[in-house]
Design a protein around this ligand. Structure first.
Ligand code: UD1
Ligand code: PEP
Length: 419
């Protein structure tokens, strides 16, 4: 089992290049199912979740050429529309194949993804939305079985909860439906906009992505495309927070401040000096006192839940009282018990984590429970006295490319060991 050994005490300084966004790359790679023509994607992050996605696509009979950051997908030869438990189980986003398979082939059998450390994460909105588009769906033996005679039919779909995944699944399915679909109360995340831009390059007719109402005029077929994945706003935010808590000075390159405005706002509240230009963001914490902040997670353009764990450690390291309220997932404080084992004073009251004062941390053996919890534990290790051992590091590799190498490039002392 691989582990990270993090020796605390180094201030982060220098430049780090941000990779493409995991949460854009996953649906965009999957969108290639919608066409028989070849799709070329670049700025794809090199992550475990991307490897899983390629394996899932290959399982359908798709030809995938993976050159690291450039991936070419030819879904012209798909011969199966079954997504088995063994693959779906490894990555929840696999449910996103349901809409595209159904739209192109008229049938799909996709294992239910199940819950994960951060919450139950049902897929009812995906299923109900596809039913509105005319699909017959049953759930049996842990599988979603979906079929439609002929093409899906455009419909008005109101989603009672704002869901990134349901918006993406339904948007992809509706591209090949007969007639017009309107997604109401849609999620507005930048990754949804990137997916819509990519689908439109393939010949889809989508407008309104980035707003609460997305309109999709169905077309008979889609074509191949070339698309560059947008920068990862969560990786960007993670490095900005790490720089802030170590009192460092870091430039994040190949990113876009417009993607991280809610995060920058909170870093400014924390007394960081943050500046930006068109494709980089700089943070300078030299000689400045870190101040605790109050945060409530919300769907975009609110503060992202995927940055909540990183700001928890910021509050642990900051002066003053800070509160963080998680409203998206019911169990997203798995990092708190581990941070407490390092000496963090964090009180949990319902869905709010309160840091009443600045805590001094000591290195400890801690375990990753999910992707962003792991990121917060790495940041904690950077400021702890002594060495922190982070176990079950595969969680972090799901969503951060070369995490330790990027931190080492900024002056951190992190090594990966395998025993
Ligand atoms: C691969 C990817 O892009 N993952 C992101 C995506 O996950 P994901 O797409 O799974 O998250 P959703 O936006 O769907 O989830 C938001 C809330 O809606 C609930 N829900 C969702 C679907 C459904 O059918 N029924 C239902 O009740 C979920 O349990 C959750 O409480 O958005 C989350 C919220 O920004 C992020 O944390 C994840 O990083
Ligand atoms: C929760 C996350 O991802 P996923 O939806 O893939 O589990 C995340 O990226 O923080």
């Amino acid at each position: 089992m691989e582990k990270l050994l993090i020796k605390g005490g180094n201030t982060l300084n220098g430049e780090v290049t941000i990779s493409g966004a995991k949460n854009a790359a996953l649906p965009i790679l999957i969108s290639s199912i919608l066409t028989t023509e070849v799709c070329h994607f670049d700025n794809v992050p090199n992550l475990r979740d991307i490897t899983f996605t390629c394996q899932l696509l290959e399982q359908f009979g798709t030809k995938v050429i993976n050159n690291g950051h450039e991936i070419q997908i030819d879904a012209g030869s798909i011969n199966s529309t079954v997504a088995p438990y063994e693959l779906v189980n490894k990555m929840r986003a696999s449910i996103l194949v349901l809409g595209p398979l159904l739209a192109r082939f008229g049938h799909a059998e996709v294992s239910l993804p199940g819950g994960c450390a951060i919450g139950a994460r049902p897929v009812d909105l995906h299923i109900e939305g596809l039913k509105k588009l005319g699909a017959e769906i049953s759930v049996e033996a842990g599988y979603v079985n979906a079929k439609v005679d002929g093409r899906l039919k455009g419909a008005r779909i109101y989603m009672s909860t704002i869901s990134v995944g349901a918006t993406e699944n339904l948007m992809m399915a509706a591209t090949l439906a007969e007639g017009t679909t309107v997604l109401e109360n849609a999620a507005r995340e930048p990754e949804i906009v990137d997916l819509a831009v990519c689908l439109n390059k393939m010949g889809a007719r989508i407008s309104g992505a980035g707003s609460n109402n997305i309109t999709i005029e169905g077309v008979e077929k889609l074509t191949g495309c070339k698309h560059t994945i947008l920068p990862d706003r969560i990786e960007t935010g993670t490095f900005l927070v790490a720089a802030a808590v170590t009192g460092g000075k870091v430039v994040c390159k190949n990113t876009d401040y417009r993607l991280v405005e809610p995060v920058i706002e909170k870093l400014l509240d924390a007394n960081a000096l943050v500046t930006w230009d068109d494709n980089s963001i700089s943070i300078d914490m030299t000689g400045r006192e870190l101040k605790a902040v109050n945060i409530k997670t919300l769907p975009h353009p609110g503060f992202p839940t995927d940055m909540q764990a990183q700001f928890t450690i910021l509050n642990v390291a900051a002066n003053g009282v800070g509160t963080i309220t998680e409203t998206i997932f019911e169990n997203r404080f798995m990092h708190v018990p581990e941070l407490r084992r390092m000496g963090a004073n964090i009180q949990l009251e319902g869905n709010t984590a309160i840091c009443p004062e600045k805590s001094s941390l000591m290195g400890a053996q801690v375990v990753s429970t999910d992707l962003r919890a792991s990121a917060s534990l790495v940041i904690a290790g950077l400021i702890a006295d002594g060495t922190t051992q982070l176990d079950e590091v595969f969680h972090i590799d799901r969503g951060y490319e070369n995490i330790e190498q990027k931190f080492v490039g900024l002056g951190a002392d992190i090594t990966r060991v395998d025993n």
